[in-house]
Design a protein around this ligand. Structure first.
Ligand SMILES: NC(=O)c1ccc[n+]([C@@H]2O[C@H](COP(=O)([O-])OP(=O)(O)OC[C@H]3O[C@@H](n4cnc5c(N)ncnc54)[C@H](O)[C@@H]3O)[C@@H](O)[C@H]2O)c1
Length: 163
């Protein structure tokens, strides 16, 4: 897995995207709302600058991390991702629709994950995934695999479940 997709560029999505960039993944951040996408991208870049100011990494590493981010206005842009983490608003129907579309857009081996805080997402929001797809739901303090095969998330994604 070397390309991470993040769906939703709000508080959680931008944070997850930042972690992905720092962890060395080419990170494709999608939001259908242009202003939200721009804000999310800015948030990733300012978060990276803060990390640099705090001495978490050097200037070269921060620049490399920023260079790994791509802002994507279309969900279809996420086709090359090995892992997609959904961080869209907490509306079951919206998440269902997103996973149905992601199942079409992404390859058979792509791991589709949700950052939902809804504990019953396994049986509702994610039910539209294609048969056999791997899904991992991440919520505050808990991670669990749902349908299909569970797989280990890279450190960047696992860390994203922290509040
Ligand atoms: N904020 C938290 O502390 C927190 C903690 C754990 C889990 N969560 C969960 O993470 C998810 C995202 O939460 P958040 O706080 O980042 O929300 P947010 O409102 O900050 O961001 C949501 C983003 O999704 C975008 N969006 C709207 N429609 C979309 C669509 N069709 N496709 C893709 N993106 C769309 C919005 O434009 C917005 O930028 C929710 O499921 C929430 O329950 C949030």
């Amino acid at each position: 897995m070397n390309v991470l997709g993040v769906v939703g560029a709000g508080t959680m999505g931008a944070g997850i995207a930042q972690l992905g960039c720092v962890a060395g993944y080419r990170t494709l951040l999608h939001d259908p709302v242009p202003d939200a996408l721009a804000r999310g991208g800015d948030s990733v870049r300012s978060g990276l600058e803060k990390g640099l100011a705090r001495g978490r990494y050097g200037a070269e590493e921060a620049a490399a991390a920023a260079g790994r981010l791509r802002e994507c206005p279309a969900l279809e842009d996420l086709a090359p991702c090995g892992l997609v983490i959904e961080a869209a608003p907490e509306r079951a129907e919206l998440k269902r629709e997103l996973f149905a579309r992601l199942s079409q857009v992404c390859g058979e081996d792509t791991i589709l994950a949700s950052n939902t805080s809804e504990s019953r997402a396994n049986s509702s929001s994610l039910s539209s995934m294609r048969s056999g797809a791997a899904s991992i739901t991440m919520s505050q303090g808990a991670r669990s695999s749902s349908a299909g095969h569970s797989r280990n998330l890279p450190a960047a994604a696992v860390a994203s479940s922290a509040p």
